[in-house]
Design a protein around this ligand. Structure first.
Ligand code: SF4
Length: 388
């Protein structure tokens, strides 16, 4: 069962659409994805359209407001532009999606051409997020990525030529064998392409990742922790100097180009996720869809629910989540807003535990706002554990 329709309307919803197909599986990847299969993809798109329509109709008489659509994956750019157009049209028919919507498509550089990107633009996509990861070919090879640095550069240029005014690039730091100077060279290469937004992620090597074996076989290592900290801090300094504003631990943007969709996750917002493994949070209820692509499509075809693990969040959990995610933002947590929404004085409740982080220069407190300093962002997990 999907949870009941909304009882109160707050900010517009975000709509997340999961596309679980990839041309090859990267050795470090821990996402919900599988190899591209044309027949399954066709069945999956039909299922998505059915699910979106079904959930939209469950909203009752009036269509619920939404203002962002985010195609994430996987590799959403493996879908055909007319499939993307069909899904967006279904969102429009099922939700009241704002005219000034943000519609993001995650794209891998090797999957696009200028003509294909122009077709995505005509389909209604207005923001591209490229999974670049590195501008060094040997680093891309170590990650088993399919594209080269040159292809990533070309894709960014093709996006502009295709009419995209909002382009984001993802980069990953602390890669095997990557030194601080290598990382900064990738950051400089990204800045040279003048994207509107950049996401900087730290490579996390999960326990069973094939990359772990590749590293052992080839005797690759990661730089020491202190170098990882230097990578983070020095790249942010360069991005500051280039006119980017850091607004979240891992994200910077030109003014007006913050990811509106992702901000919903960090500002106690509400969103609906469609497709296998997609998560949703609405009206204090959280649920996720069944993870398997086939199971998801089968359930939709049989008219069954795809939601699993639906549960109402308790007041402390909601508060903890709001604080935990809010602290990821450079603007930090607004204590007055928390007081209004949850009836809790953050400082009175958590002050004694937070004091030591303030004294250590990891946190700053300005009026009712509480945020991490840039240095504190390196210790974010430790600070956030106070709220859990
Ligand atoms: S392209 Fe992205 S989602 Fe697909 S396997 Fe590679 S890292 Fe995972």
């Amino acid at each position: 069962m999907h949870p009941a329709p909304r009882t109160q309307h707050s900010a517009p919803l975000g709509l997340y659409i999961h596309i679980p197909f990839c041309s090859a599986i990267c050795n470090y990847c821990n996402f919900n994805r599988g190899l591209f299969d044309a027949d399954l993809k066709t069945r999956y798109v039909d299922a998505l359209v059915t699910e979106i329509g079904r959930v939209g109709r469950a909203g009752g008489a009036g269509r619920e407001e939404a203002d962002t659509i985010f195609f994430g994956g996987g590799t959403p750019s493996l879908l055909e532009p007319d499939e993307i157009a069909r899904i967006i049209a279904t969102c429009d028919a099922s939700f009241d999606v704002a005219a000034d919507r943000e519609v993001t498509l995650e794209a891998n550089p090797e999957t696009v051409t200028e003509a294909r990107l122009a077709a995505f633009r005509r389909a209604g996509v207005n923001r591209l997020s490229f999974g670049v990861q590195s501008f060094k070919d040997e680093e891309l090879r170590r990650l088993s990525r399919l594209h080269s640095a040159g292809r990533a550069r070309d894709a960014a240029g093709e996006a502009r030529a295709a009419g995209f005014e909002n382009v984001s690039l993802d980069l990953m730091m602390w890669l095997p064998e990557q030194r601080v100077a290598d990382w900064l060279a990738s950051v400089d290469a990204a800045i040279a392409l003048a994207p509107d937004h950049l996401s900087l992620y730290l490579l996390e090597i999960y326990p069973n990742a094939p990359l772990k074996d590749d590293m052992a076989r080839a005797r690759w290592s990661q730089a020491p922790d202190a170098d990882a900290a230097a990578m983070y801090l020095e790249s942010l300094d360069r991005l500051d100097a280039a006119g980017y504003e850091q607004y979240e631990i891992s994200n910077v943007a030109r003014p007006g180009r913050r990811s509106r969709h992702n901000l919903k996750y960090w500002t106690d917002g509400e969103w609906l996720g469609f497709g296998c493994g997609a998560h949703s949070t609405r009206d204090g209820v959280r649920w996720k869809n069944v993870a398997s692509t086939e199971d998801y499509a089968d359930r939709i075809a049989r008219g069954e629910s795809t939601a699993v693990d639906a549960r109402r969040l308790g007041p402390d959990e909601r508060l903890g989540d709001a604080l935990f995610t809010g602290l990821r933002l450079v603007d930090g947590i607004d204590g007055d807003a928390i007081q209004r929404r949850y009836g809790v004085d953050v400082w009175r409740r958590f002050g004694p535990d937070l004091e030591r982080f303030l004294e250590a220069g990891c946190l700053r407190r300005e009026g009712a706002r509480l945020g991490l300093t840039r240095r504190g962002m390196l210790l974010a997990n430790e600070v956030m554990s106070v709220f859990v």
